[in-house]
Write a protein that binds this ligand. Sequence first.
Ligand SMILES: Nc1nc2c(ncn2[C@@H]2O[C@H](COP(=O)(O)OP(=O)(O)OP(=O)(O)O)[C@@H](O)[C@H]2O)c(=O)[nH]1
Ligand SMILES: [Mg+2]
Length: 226
Amino acid sequence: MKIKSVEFAGAIGQLGQQPPESARGMPQVAFAGRSNVGKSSLINRLLGRTRTAIARVSQQPGKTQEINFYRVRADLGDFFLVDLPGYGFAKAPKDLQRKWEGVIDAFLTARTDLVGMVQLIDLRTGPTPDDLRNVNYLARLEIPVLFAFTKSDKLSLMKRQDQFRAAVQKLEIDPDQAIPVSAVNGDNTQQLLDTLGDLLFPAADPAAAGDEEGSDGPAREPVDEV
Ligand SMILES: Nc1nc2c(ncn2[C@@H]2O[C@H](COP(=O)(O)OP(=O)(O)OP(=O)(O)O)[C@@H](O)[C@H]2O)c(=O)[nH]1
Ligand SMILES: [Mg+2]
């Protein structure tokens, strides 16, 4: 999939607010993960906005404080990328954490146009207990999930492979559901974009036509929390 243009379309900052009007009826894919895991950075990279970021990035966890909607025009069609506030930010006050859980839960429960999620996990640490909790939560909501293991540039090739195998095992997922990525050097980000294209626009994928295997996408079973 090739991105043609992108614009900020609106945000949900409070319980009760709705997604922007322009997102209604449009396929959406949301990015979830721990604060500081690199959600906004990956979104910028996928959208080709490495020089002039559209999603704000910070070294301080807790940067994204709204559910942000980006309208994307791509060769396969128009869609929305949704940047969620991160979880697991230890310094965030408890009531703020609860507020965000409520806002995100309301959006995900009411979702009508969300076709799937990208769950980000830091490749260096692998899935944390917070990550496993979120993955189970998404499985309970029956949302199809792709896994992006971030910051792969921080590891040697050998370590990257070891960490990838360990994370896939811990998550109990098919390796095809996961991809190591780097927002810094762009490693595998085009592959992730192409996979998102298949998820967002299944009819546009000639390989999917006449698929006999009856694959119903990357939905997954809950795994044990640690
Ligand atoms: N080396 C490296 N650093 C990265 C990568 N992706 C993000 N970072 C850095 O990690 C930090 C956090 O990145 P963000 O994109 O703001 O993380 P986020 O998940 O959006 O964080 P919140 O908005 O707080 O939830 C920043 O300092 C980024 O420059 C990557 O692929 N490689
Ligand atoms: Mg962010």
